[in-house]
Write a protein that binds this ligand. Structure first.
Ligand code: BV8
Length: 230
């Protein structure tokens, strides 16, 4: 661990799989026979807000049934014990990294437990369902949407993410298929920075060739193992 000064970790749905949250590739990327790419878009929300709100209401409610697994816990312990700069960037919208205790954490695709007002842009905590007559706390209108980055929308805090990637000496990608950009391109930035790049995944991701090393296996086993080897 002592040899690294700036570590960036990227996680995807695979790190939450063993906690019981379906990945996007499970039942080949369908939800109630909708392709996720067709539900997680601003157009879908315009076209059928009730369907899209239901998609997120069900997933938000599902968070009550799951808990962080050993991979989440190992990342939280590692952040506490690491003396250098650490940033955990997650594509996941669940709160398992938050509950495990990571603090330097960016949810680049938003969070199920937040909503935002489409009138003021203000972000609110959101633990229960959003329905068509849910009123926001900021301007009391019914224009609340899930605080989720949909396909075609700009991911959050990209500047902070890129400045960490451009100066990192270790980049670890965990449980992501490498299908979705810009996250799938982060490894190239880390390579440019001369970082050691490691992928921990159940199977080689689409971007596997860009990583210097691969650790194949379930995150709950391989992540604690790998972090303790640093
Ligand atoms: C943007 C929130 C630009 C939603 C998400 C062509 C047409 C249209 C768009 C594009 C295009 N080409 C590229 C794009 C851009 C698009 C994109 O990449 N599309 C893909 C489909 C090609 N990207 C965007 O639109 C992004 N925005 O580009 O904006 C822009 C520029 C300027 C101004 C404005 C805009 C925004 C993308 C964000 C979309 N939102 N999430 C929600 O959750 O409902 S993406 C969502 O899907 C996830 O957040 C995640 O990112 C992605 C799923 O990926 P993974 O996390 O990797 O999950 P997956 O199931 O795929 O893989 C799991 C992996 O884990 C597997 O490899 C599996 O083997 C492994 N695994 C399983 N179990 C375990 C395990 N590993 C270890 N242990 C285990 N136990």
């Amino acid at each position: 661990m002592g040899q690294y000064r700036n570590i960036v970790v990227l996680t995807g749905a695979g790190i939450s799989a063993e906690s019981g949250i379906n990945t996007f590739r499970d039942n080949n990327g369908l939800w109630e026979n909708h392709r996720i790419e067709d539900v997680a878009t601003p157009e879908a929300f315009q076209r059928d807000p009730v369907l899209v709100q239901k998609f997120y209401n069900l997933r938000r409610a599902g968070l009550k049934e799951v808990v962080p697994n050993n991979a989440h816990k190992a990342l939280a312990e590692f952040e506490k014990s690491f003396s250098g700069d650490f940033l955990l960037v997650t594509q996941n919208v669940d709160d398992l990294h938050d509950r495990a205790g990571n603090e330097k954490l960016i949810h680049m695709h938003g969070e199920l437990l937040k909503s935002h007002c489409t009138t003021t842009g203000q972000v609110h905590r959101q633990s229960d369902d959003i329905s068509s007559d849910s009123r926001c706390l900021c301007c009391n209108t019914t224009t609340l949407r899930p605080h989720i980055v949909w396909f075609g929308e700009m991911p959050l805090q990209m500047e902070a993410i890129y400045s960490a990637l451009e100066t990192c000496d270790l980049f670890i990608s965990i449980g992501t298929s490498g299908n979705v950009y810009p996250a799938a391109g982060f490894v190239e930035v880390a390579n440019q920075a001369g970082a050691r790049t490691v992928e921990i995944n159940l199977e080689p991701s689409r971007g596997a060739d860009a990583f210097a090393e691969a650790v194949i296996g379930p995150a709950s086993i391989k992540v604690p193992e790998f972090l303790s080897s640093l």
